[in-house]
Design a protein around this ligand. Structure first.
Ligand code: GDP
Length: 444
């Protein structure tokens, strides 16, 4: 899976990483190639479009980190977007409900539903030590019920005895009842598939859902099907409401587009993947690992992550040096306010400091809240470079212009200037001789 996509992306991005400088045109050209590679891998057009748009947007706004090359930054952005497209975090099957927890398996015929039912049951029995009951709701193909019974015998998992002539919805209700009586923790309902989506199938699924109140509804889809898989997922989600996806045949040599699109289109997590026909061949899905495999550029990604960590450390060090000299202009104040916002605003910062949570309310009462900081940032960004470096030149006409530019008034600006003066004084004091002692006192 993903081999050809991996080759394509590899060669596109390899062409970029060595370069010392990249123009916007270079980035655009590379993204056009990325777009083509994704489309050829059968990723849905809408998903590809939003993917490249997001990478481009971030590339334009990206902070230039001096220790890495621009091309490496692009690799990192593509990687991050791949991870986001695949769902960021692995999401396991949720068993947090009153027993018996009902799991309903849906999907087309031949997608691997019955096999996956057996795989999940075996895993929950052996790994989670759960008592599991499986029930086949496929009354149209008697062989389907027999197939599940055999899987049960093979894995040592209970299956619901077949009663001829019962409707799928009645079987569902009976399965839940039997699980209650039998002391089962989990019931897995293996519903009937069709060769394609049709109205009777959707009505049947909705009715089974109503009768059995499933905690999870997992859509099983064959990863080798391309674009169709996306419509399938959208349809099932709209009509029945799914809670997650299971992609089978991830061991095959398909192009992988289904895997890359389904999560993005439905917003529902890929919970598990089937990687073979054997009962043990089921894996949890880890978006980051898959993205790493597709891109095969883990070194560059971690390099950029390190550089990004360092830049924050460098900034902090530079700030400390400035404080010592007592030079703390409005650019620095804006930096500080920006950092605070990054850390989750006042609430975030206070929350991180032990014993400070009560402070937040006191500060809010004094008018020191996140809204104020937002306004102050707006004021500073409406100033010229010269004004930020030397706030003393701010006289009436300049203030008027800044107020208009930031949607504030002169009083707001004066408040900001006063706060800046106080902070600068305090820093001078802390940085000076006396300050050294104070710092020592605080640290000691
Ligand atoms: P159902 O009609 O949806 O219940 O599909 P089945 O469970 O009967 O599976 C159809 C075929 O796909 C069977 O031959 C399975 O062994 C095979 N299959 C299911 N999952 C996987 C998988 O993850 N990898 C591979 N290679 N084959 C699979």
């Amino acid at each position: 899976m993903f081999e050809s996509l991996q080759d394509r992306l590899g060669s596109i991005l390899n062409g970029l990483t060595g370069r010392g400088a990249l123009s916007e045109a270079d980035v655009s050209a590379a993204l056009r190639e990325v777009r083509r590679a994704l489309l050829e891998a059968d990723v849905a057009l809408e998903v590809v479009r939003s993917f490249t748009d997001k990478v481009r947007e971030k590339a334009v706004g990206a902070e230039i980190l001096k220790s890495i090359k621009p091309g490496q930054m692009v690799v990192k952005l593509v990687h991050d977007e791949l991870v986001a497209m695949l769902g960021s975090e692995g999401v396991p099957i949720d068993l947090n409900a009153a027993a018996p927890v009902v799991i309903m398996m849906v999907g087309l015929q031949g997608s691997g539903k019955t096999t996956t039912t057996g795989k999940i049951a075996l895993r929950m029995k052996t790994r989670d030590k759960k008592k599991v009951l499986m029930a086949s709701l496929d009354t149209r193909r008697p062989a389907a019920q027999e197939q599940l019974r055999q899987l049960g015998a093979q894995t040592g998992v209970d299956t619901l005895p077949v009663i001829a002539g019962q409707s799928p919805t009645d079987i569902a209700a009976r399965a839940v009842q039997a699980a209650k009586l039998g002391g089962h923790d989990i019931v897995i309902l293996d519903t009937a598939g069709r060769t394609h989506i049709d109205e009777p199938l959707m009505i049947e699924m909705a009715e089974i859902k109503r009768r059995s109140n499933p905690h999870e509804i997992l859509l099983v889809a064959d990863a080798l099907t391309g674009q169709d898989a996306v419509n399938l997922a959208r349809n099932f989600d709209e009509r029945v409401g799914i809670t997650g996806l299971v992609l089978t045949r991830m061991d095959g040599d398909g192009r992988g587009g289904a895997a890359l699109s389904m999560r993005a289109v439905t917003g529902k997590p890929i919970k598990l993947i089937g990687v073979g026909e054997k009962m043990s061949e089921l894996e949890e899905f880890h978006p980051r690992r898959v993205a790493d495999r597709i891109l095969g550029m883990g070194d560059i990604v971690s390099l950029v992550e390190k550089a990004a960590e360092n830049i924050d450390a460098e900034k902090a060090a530079a700030m400390a040096a400035k404080m010592k000299t007592g030079k703390f202009d409005l650019n620095d104040l804006a930096d500080q306010l920006g950092q605070m916002q990054k850390m989750g605003g006042m609430g975030g910062i206070m929350g991180m400091m032990p014993g400070m949570s009560g402070m937040k309310d006191k500060m809010a009462a004094a008018g020191l809240d996140d809204r104020l900081f937002g306004r102050q940032l707006a004021i500073i960004s409406s100033m010229t470079k010269a004004e930020r470096a030397n706030p003393d030149i701010l006289k009436h006409s300049r203030k008027k212009r800044i107020a208009a530019g930031s949607g504030t008034d002169a009083a707001d600006i004066n408040k900001l200037l006063k706060m800046h003066r106080q902070m600068a004084d305090m820093m001078k004091m802390m940085g000076g001789k006396k300050g050294g002692g104070m710092m020592k006192q605080m640290m000691g």
